[in-house]
Unconditional design. Structure first.
Length: 274
């Protein structure tokens, strides 16, 4: 059969990224304990398209991802997926983004009741002819309590639920989702728990009141926590508080490290792992 996609194109334009997005597949994510967690993933896979080709072979993206959906996935496996993609598509570079909900078991602070909390997560891999870059993204729900409200009020203070969205690039050592989430939760006025009894509710209410933080405070503390991890070479953070006394959100954003290696590939995309 005639293959139109392999025919030459006369417009002499290279395309940076061509591929598929919003493909949903079950995946097995490696966990810190050594096992795996089964997740429903949202996948985007792309390659560059040289000017000499009219189109790419979209079916090959699905074939590759279908096969890997039956295996445990971490940064190492993502590199292998991208190597296979580059080879089969005859591309110079390939990029994969895998978004999923990851569940971590949490114990309530007083009753110690166990339950699981979901976190929006993202793996992004970028493979070129000479380099491989892996980005880990997490979305961590937190509680914030307004220091100004506490200072000017006779009693009480308004608080709100917030989200800390981060992406990190690191070298050599693995950063596990569980560890990254824990380090971010510690910077909020209080953590979020899926299951609370009355004794727990008392604790989280008082904990937030005793630890008031603006969105700027949480941002600065998150930055310090990320800077303290020497393996992290680049990070991007957005803190957003869903204000309880306004019909708008408050947010803060920061990026640190050398973004040059990600230019045109990652930066400028939404920082929403879920």
């Amino acid at each position: 059969m005639k293959d139109i996609q392999n025919l030459p194109d006369q417009r002499e334009i290279d395309i940076q990224r061509v591929g598929i997005k919003n493909l949903h597949l079950p995946m097995f994510i490696r966990v810190k304990s050594g096992g795996y967690q089964s997740v429903l993933s949202n996948l985007s896979l792309s390659v560059d398209l040289p000017r000499r080709f009219k189109g790419t072979h979209l079916s090959r993206f699905v074939e590759i991802l279908e096969k890997w959906s039956r295996k445990k996935i971490s940064s190492r496996e993502i590199r292998r997926i991208l190597e296979e993609t580059r080879t089969k598509l005859k591309a110079r570079q390939a990029q994969l983004t895998l978004r999923f909900k990851y569940f971590i078991e949490k114990k309530a602070p007083v009753s110690r009741r166990e339950s699981v909390l979901d976190y929006g997560c993202e793996f992004t891999g970028i493979l070129t002819e000479d380099d491989y870059t892996f980005i880990l993204g997490v979305q961590v729900p937190v509680t914030a309590l307004c220091p100004c409200s506490k200072a000017i009020s006779k009693y009480g203070a308004h608080n709100q639920r917030g989200i800390v969205r981060i992406r990190v690039h690191y070298e050599e050592e693995i950063i596990w989702i569980e560890d990254l989430v824990r380090s971010i939760e510690e910077q909020a006025s209080c953590q979020i728990y899926p299951l609370l009894k009355r004794s727990d509710e008392k604790y989280v209410t008082e904990r937030a009141y005793e630890n008031p933080k603006f969105v700027e405070d949480i941002m600065r503390d998150v930055i310090l926590a990320l800077r303290a991890q020497s393996v992290i070479t680049w990070f991007e953070v957005e803190c957003e508080d869903f204000e309880s006394i306004h019909n708008h959100s408050a947010f803060a954003y920061q990026q640190e490290g050398d973004p040059g290696r990600f230019s045109g590939n990652l930066l400028g995309t939404e920082i929403h792992p879920s």
